[in-house]
Design a binder for this molecule. Sequence first.
Ligand SMILES: [Ca+2]
Ligand SMILES: [Ca+2]
Ligand SMILES: [Ca+2]
Length: 313
Amino acid sequence: MRRHRMDPILKLKFISLLSKNVGTYRYSGWKYKNIWTIAPEKGAPSVSTGATLARPQQHYGYIKDLHSSVITSHHCFLDMLLLVISLLVAAVSAGPGYTRVFTDLDGNGNYLDFTDYEPDLLADGFDNAIDSVLQTGMWMYYENTDYNVQAGSVYWVHGIDIGVNFPNDYIDITSSLRYAGSPYVLNDDTWTVYEGTSFAGSEYYGSYDSDSLGNLAGKVSSLILTGVSPWTIYSGENFSGDSLCVYPDTDHDTGADGSVLDFGIFPNMASLGINDNSIYSVKKGCWTKKVINATKLHVDGRLNNGAWGHLDL
Ligand SMILES: [Ca+2]
Ligand SMILES: [Ca+2]
Ligand SMILES: [Ca+2]
């Protein structure tokens, strides 16, 4: 299928319009800069790799890929029509969380809003530029493109309308970003497994039972749970073999409006006390008496409404 990039001006409008869908921001202590600056696109975007890294189990509207795969003409009218269609689709497919990423500390400098995955920030003119973020949900900021397919460090932040400055060693390195959890409902009961440790590489996502893990069967090296339900993980497909119950109880965030987020964040299988690459199926609920007493993640900081930290190679 032919792929075309969106016209930069249209893209600016697209992102600008999207940002109005994001929800209610609270800018406590953060300077709001009503300036949009997007550097010209440099280099070739990695839309082809995004397809293999996109969530395989759900009907997931990958906004940019959707757009680039739909456009078959450079005619302005058609672009505008497709922009409108994309915005309608975006309204239902964009994630309930968001992140606003800034080129400087304390929410200063230029910024961009994301409600969806970005495998290559070069496409946005934001490669190796992020110093601080303002966000809701659990977002991972990867040193390398395609979510650290090539191993690198990760800065992670979760919370509700939380603003975080990255430490010195983690500013100006982020090359891709994505969130964990439901693309539809904040704090929905979900699980996401990752091929690499520290949430790297391909992922497999679900909010229901899964009797196999597709291309990640026997490859799972990290896990993130959201919501309040425990899950039972199995060493065999079809809920067979050894079973262990794991709760999303490593982190709990409470927003200023009383909304809550719950997480189980496990950057490697050792934090669950099981062997690497040993999960083959997942079932909702606690179907065994063997409950995992998980190791909590080290954080750089924690507030009522969130926490943040880093994972290194
Ligand atoms: Ca910067
Ligand atoms: Ca980088
Ligand atoms: Ca693995």
